[in-house]
Design a protein around this ligand. Structure first.
Ligand SMILES: O=C(CO)[C@@H](O)[C@H](O)COP(=O)(O)O
Length: 252
């Protein structure tokens, strides 16, 4: 039995003028999560939503809001998104090489679940340090609380992984409706082999014609925008995506 399938319609393909009802429609169609694409017009050449929209949507739903931060300075978004009611906070490794320890710490302290994402051209090895077990110790030095972070590669020690999900981008981030890049599946396969119980998310160009490639590589969290919102029967597509993941897992 593998890691539970989670189907996350990308709300980027929804009618933003009716976001709350579109979100509810997806949940009624069987979605597990709602995928929220936050872009800053700098890390990617597109501008979408931010904390105020998440806050508004949160008033209408208790659903897991799976936020993907396509931004240059993810640290600036932790506090506002935590307050707004985001559930997952997935940042990009390409902009967090120097401060991911602090970032993860802050995300967790705001009650969100940290995830890391990588672009198609970024090697999978870049996320391995974020999957090593993390030990945090808290030293109180007078008024100053010092956090010490020890990352131990490939050792089963007490503690937890810094991030709980890896989002492997299967298109260049920025826009919906692009073509799935099958070459990114090598990264999913490598991750799954190394981390059997990790949430591995894929995003971009996923739909009935590409899901089997992603599922058999080992992805269990599936983001799909145009294939779900553009279908005459969104529930049918969501169910097909889920079945493909579950079928692969059953046969492994
Ligand atoms: O983050 C992104 C694009 O950057 C995605 O979430 C897209 O919104 C997925 O859309 P489709 O490729 O499924 O249409």
């Amino acid at each position: 039995m593998g890691v539970a399938a989670k189907i996350a319609p990308s709300m980027l393909s929804s009618d933003f003028a009716n976001l709350a009802s579109e979100a509810q429609r997806m949940l009624d169609c069987g979605a597990d999560w709602l995928h929220m694409d936050i872009m800053d017009g700098h890390f990617v050449p597109n501008l979408t939503i931010g904390a105020p929209v998440i806050e508004s949507l949160r008033k209408h739903t208790k659903a897991y809001l799976d936020c993907h931060l396509m931004v240059t300075n993810p640290l600036d978004y932790v506090e506002p998104l935590g307050k707004a009611g985001a559930s997952g906070f997935t940042f990009h490794v390409e902009v967090s090489r120097d401060n991911w320890g602090e970032l993860v710490q802050r995300i967790k302290s705001k009650g969100m679940r940290p995830g890391v994402s990588l672009k198609p051209g970024t090697p999978i090895e870049e996320v391995y340090p974020l999957l090593a077990r993390l030990m945090l110790s808290n030293r109180n030095m007078g008024n100053v609380v010092m956090y010490e972070v020890y990352v131990v590669h490939n050792l089963q020690v007490e503690g937890e992984n810094p991030v709980e999900m890896v989002l492997v981008m299967t298109v260049e981030p920025g826009f919906g409706g692009q073509k799935f890049m099958p070459e990114t599946m090598d990264k999913v396969r490598a991750l799954r082999k190394k981390y059997p119980s990790l949430d591995i998310e894929v995003d971009g160009g996923l739909g009935p014609s590409t899901i089997d490639m992603a599922a058999s590589a080992g992805a269990n969290c599936i983001v799909a925008g145009s294939s779900v919102f553009g279908a005459p029967d969104s529930a049918q597509v969501i169910s097909l995506l889920r079945k493909s993941v579950e079928e692969v897992q059953k046969n492994n």
